[in-house]
Design a protein around this ligand. Structure first.
Ligand code: NI
Length: 198
């Protein structure tokens, strides 16, 4: 098992359509298990193969409270019903969350890691995650579903200088390095308008 780098906007791979998986071998399974580790490590609910640089129709999901991670190959949203407004984020768009419209429930179909067909109806967080991850495989990000820039929220917590347990240095302290490099650019990136363009 290993952790894979998660690609972030505006990496072009995130805008590409992933290819259908024709057969399941050791290589694909290793990718799937590595994606589960990567998702868990990043604290995500789901991850699509595009996000780790693989254009294959493969997604993983771990709904909080469920013991097993879900691995789905060639996933499809077969039917969607209803609309609800919810807050959503993406590991490839760090530092932001947006309010978008998702389905109340979906009917979902895919192959599991043993290449067996699975079909079920999902709602709430699972439905949201399925829609989000299948979107990724088509090069779609949740940002594309935003009705307006006002619906995109910047998360400030990452910049708070409260004692945190992790080893990564705070962004806002050594401004001679990271800060200076971003200088003028960072301010622009902070605005929802320019994020949307990507
Ligand atoms: Ni995502």
């Amino acid at each position: 098992m290993s952790l894979l780098p998660i690609l972030e906007l505006p990496h072009p791979m995130l805008r590409k359509r992933a290819r259908k998986v024709r057969s399941v071998g050791k290589k694909l399974l290793k990718l799937a298990f590595d994606m589960v580790d990567t998702m868990d490590n990043a604290g995500g609910v789901g991850l699509a193969a595009n996000q780790v640089g693989q254009l294959q129709r493969l997604i993983v999901i771990r709904v909080p409270g469920e013991e097993e991670a879900r691995i789905y190959i060639n996933p499809e949203i077969l039917k969607r019903e209803g609309e609800r407004e919810i807050e959503e984020g993406c590991l490839s768009v760090p530092g932001y969350r947006g309010i978008i419209t998702r389905s109340v429930w979906v009917r979902f179909g895919a192959l599991d890691h043993e290449f067996h067909t699975v079909k079920f109806k999902a709602e709430e967080l699972l439905a949201q995650a399925l829609e989000h991850e299948v979107d990724h495989l088509d090069g779609i990000l949740y940002l594309d579903h935003l009705e307006s820039h006002e619906k995109l929220i910047k998360i400030e917590t990452a910049l708070s200088s409260e004692e945190s347990d992790d080893e990564t240095p705070d962004d806002d302290e050594p401004s001679d390095q990271v800060g200076a490099a971003h200088e003028s650019g960072a301010r622009q990136v902070d605005t929802p308008a320019s994020i949307k363009v990507n």
